[in-house]
Ligand binder design. Structure first.
Ligand code: ZN
Length: 133
């Protein structure tokens, strides 16, 4: 894995969270994008080499709203950049990790993504991402 690409943070509402993170990081949110398949809105901030991704549920049954119901707002996942996501998924499967999706899927920010089950990773949800070229 190359680097931490971004950290995902679950929030109740962009209305208050985006201005707060803009103040905190002293940079403007550069992209807001909906991922319909996941029923989430995403908002991105650049912090040097890494990014912060805010996640807001679109509907009641969104995974983000379910997460917030259970655990409250806060850190949701860590995403690592990889060069070849299919190869990395094979490697992780061979190492015994349980992947949440069997094939790479289209995520936000022009990425192919795959999630690793938090059960295998000390309750931390790990995402691996490959830039779509
Ligand atoms: Zn993410």
């Amino acid at each position: 894995m190359q680097k931490i690409e971004h950290i995902g943070i679950a929030v109740k509402s962009f209305k208050t969270s985006i201005p707060m993170y803009e103040k905190l990081l002293n940079t403007k949110c550069y992209k807001i994008e909906s991922v319909e398949s996941e029923k989430v809105n995403t908002a991105f901030f650049k912090t040097g080499e890494s990014k912060i991704e805010l996640l807001e549920g679109i509907s009641e049954d969104s995974v983000i709203n379910k997460f917030i119901e259970k655990k409250g707002e806060g850190m949701h996942h860590i995403a690592f950049a990889v060069e070849d996501i299919s190869k990395e998924m094979e490697r992780l499967k061979a190492e015994g990790f349980k992947l949440i999706n069997d094939s790479p899927k289209k995520g936000a920010d022009n990425k192919l993504v795959c999630f690793i089950h938090p059960r295998e990773c000390n309750s931390v949800l790990i995402e691996i991402v490959q830039e779509i070229s």
